[in-house]
Structures are given as C-alpha cells and as structure tokens.
Design a protein around this ligand. Sequence first.
Ligand code: UDP
Length: 501
Amino acid sequence: MFGRNSFAKLKHRKRQTSKGKNGTKLIKSCFCYYSSCILIFPCPAQGRVNSMLKLAELLSLAGLKLFFLNTNRIQERLTHFADVEARFAKYPGFRFITIPDCLPEDYRQKHNKLEVIKSLEVKSKPILKRLLIETRPPVNFIIGDGILGSPLDAAFELGIPNFRFRTISTCSFWSYFCIPDVIEACELPIKGVFVEIEVEEDMDRLITKVPGMEKFLRCRDLPSCCRVSDTTDPYLLMMVNEATQSPRAQALILNTFEDPEAPILSQIRNHRPKTYTIGLLHELLKTKHRSIKTQESSYQSSNSLCEVDRSCITWLDTQPSQSVLYISFGSITVMTREQLMEFWHGIVNSKKRFLWVIRPDSVTNKDGDVEKIPEELQDGPKEREYIVKWAPHEEVLAHEAVGGFLKHNGWNSTLESIVAGVPMICWPYFADQQVNSRYVSEVWKLGLDMKDVCEREFVRSTARMAELARKSVSEGGSSSCNLNRLIEDIRLMSSRQAHDN
Ligand code: UDP
C-alpha cells in the first residue's frame, strides 16, 4: 500500500521542485491545487493505445480527471485517423499531453517495434519525470503500461501511487512471471541454434514450472522471448525483468474477465492480491454508454492509428451469413514474401470467401527492409475476396457474414473475437501470442492451432464463451463490479495523496 515512506518522498519532490528553474511559480501551484489527477501512459503501439484509451474513457465517464500521455507521433496519427479529440472533448477533466519519442525517422523504419519501444523508454525517462514534477494540476496517481518501466521508476522516485496495466492475457502474464523458475529448473534454454532453425529440442516437451499449466504448456507454447539458446539473451532478460518488476506497482489491472482465466488469476493473486480484471474493455465501454444512453455513434468510435477502410463493410453486407473468413495479423506482425504467398495459395485453394487485412509494411526481407506487396495481393474487391490495408476490426468481427478468423492472437483482437463468438485459426507470431493460441485451442476450445485438427465442438464453445464475456461486462457482472472497485480505490488513494500534498 501507499505508505508513509512514499508520502515523505512526495514532500521531497515538492522541495526538489522549489529548487527548479521556475521554482517560485511551481511552489505556488503546489499549494493551489488539491484536486486529484491521474496520468495514463501507454506504450506507443496500436493495441496498447487502443485499450488504454478505453480505460481512460471509462474513468472519465466516472468523473475522474486525467492526463493521457502519448508520444507526439502517436498523437499525430490518432488525431489524423481517429475521432479522439472530439470524443474526449466531452470530458472536461480529460487532457491529452505529449512527449517527443526522441527517435530519428530512419531509426524507426530500420528497427522492429520492440527495439523502438525500448529505446523510447530509456530516452523518455528524464522527460517523463520532469513532466510529472511540472504538470498542473499535479499528478497524484499513475496508470502505466506494464511493459514500460519508466512510469514505474518515475512514480517510485516521486512517491506517486501507481497501478500497472497489462494489455496481455492473464495466462501469458503468468507464464512471463514464472520464467525465472523455468530457467532455474533447467527447462530453458532451448537446445540448438534457434535463429538458423537448427533446433535439437523436442518442442513438444511439457514445461512443469508454470503452476496451473503443467498438463498442456509445451516448450513451443512459451512466450517467444524463450526461443533462445542462451538464458543471458538480452531480450529474454528484459522480459523477465518486466515480469519481476510488477510487484513494485501497488496493483495490477488486466484487460480480461474472470471466467476463462480464473485458475491462473488465483495463482497471480497469491503474489499480487490487488489484481483488477476489467475486460473486455471495449464491451464494458459500450455497456456504460448504453446505460447512460449515449448516442450510438459515440461508442462505435475508433482509436485507430491507420486509415480505416470501411468499404469492406459494404462488401460484407452482400455476403451470405457466416461465409467469410476474416484474416488479420494485427498491427506489428511481419512476414516474408514466401510466407505471405503460402497463406495466399492455401486460402485461395480453399475456395472460401475471405476478407484480408494486409498492411503495406507487413512484408519484410531477411534484413528487415519492407518489401512491396505482390501485385495479386493489392487491396480492393474481387468476386470472393476483399483485401484492405486496415479494417474497422470490431465491426468486422461482429458482422453476420464473418464465420471465422485467421489471426496472430494478439490479446486485443483475441478478446474482440471471443465476445463476437467467432472461432479462431491461430498463427501466433511473437511475444504473448504463443501462450494465447495454446489457450484458445487447448484450454478454451475456441479455435485451432494451425497444426491441429478441426473439430465441430469449437463452434459450441465460442457461443458459450461469448455469453460469459457479455455477462461479465453487464451491470453486476464481474468486470463491471471490478471497474467500480478500481475507481473507488483510485479515488481513495489519489485524494489521500492530494490531501497530504
Ligand atoms: N485493428 C484494427 N484494424 C485492423 C487490424 C487491427 O483496428 O485492420 C486493431 C484491433 O482491433 C486491435 C489492435 O488493432 O485492437 C491490435 O491489437 P492486438 O493486441 O490484437 O495485436 P498487436 O497489433 O498488438 O499485435
């Protein structure tokens, strides 16, 4: 809990502030404002910005004041492609603020998004700290993206209470959390040279050191950072470090709901008793808007960082019920030209109708340079198929014509698929997606791994899980109640902080 020690640190912050360049002005401001204000800081990536904006809107609807911090590049894209400015203008206590991402354009183009995020984190830390000291009204509560250490460090140094928000599933969070035990039990590293695919390892061997998953978690289902032959690999260490850092925050917020993840949630709550499950955020937000009778248009709004091509909805309107396979690998996945063409031939040969999202930057060569999308896969409608650069995802999944979803198992789109009741075919790409796809196929029976068999049973399970998901966000459901608890706790902790300040 937020203790005396932290309050002392906050007082130290005020003293530090008074020595700053604008000392006199800032001291005065400190004593003028007592209202509580939350800072939300997502990692600059589509899935994360999307879900944290939804959390921000839910908190704003409850009347909380907050700053939403984006990098200037993300803010530019949001302003250009989404309706965020108009939408959030309705909340007088809400304000977007930005920090530079400190990265030259060519760096961003040549490095994968994880490296970009890591570099941003190092460079943004001092900026973030200064911003927290100088922003008015003073920030007295932080909700930071769990993948970023910088909000946690800054909150800790300045004595500001903070909660961590993880945009991944509970099961993948737990598997990251247990990696040190898996290493200690010598179940990692993977034997062989992974990069050149000379893997000697039996990738189907069971991992025994992730409690609750002993019967089905195979070596191949571990998060992708584990696919290394050396446990001192910097990326593996970074992910382990992030998982073990989580107890430094006073609570954990997860975009999930209780029913499917209950056994693993109870494992996590042994370590992190204050864990709020408030997913599915996008559905919860719709439910709240409905309950206060907001106009339909406002809860179909987008937080998109790319131009949404809505023409595919018109095409879907002309397709038979449940006849279309929707294909999307999210905002980060890249593949080689050969892989893309393998998918293309497989899908075309299946003679099924399909709607496919192919981002212009989704094909790269071995050096990581973006390659041109092959001519036959350029966007536009054909008889049985439609290719777009970016789709209105939630609307597509909810469309009557969509009967299946071939995907990479990013957590946001997995949740969106669960609530829409659409069965999934999983082709996990990286990070948490390997664990998610194992759960989708083996535990929840909502879809299939591309290597496994297809069973009719999946369809019945998707309907049942969709019903549980909708129940969790309805009035009195677990996520709805947890959100109320979260809001109360934030109010209490931040007003205590403001009062002491
Ligand atoms: N998305 C979208 N349009 C698309 C593809 C994806 O709006 O054509 C959104 C999708 O709704 C989800 C996010 O992008 O909220 C992707 O997040 P996810 O966690 O599924 O995967 P990531 O992109 O982080 O790998």
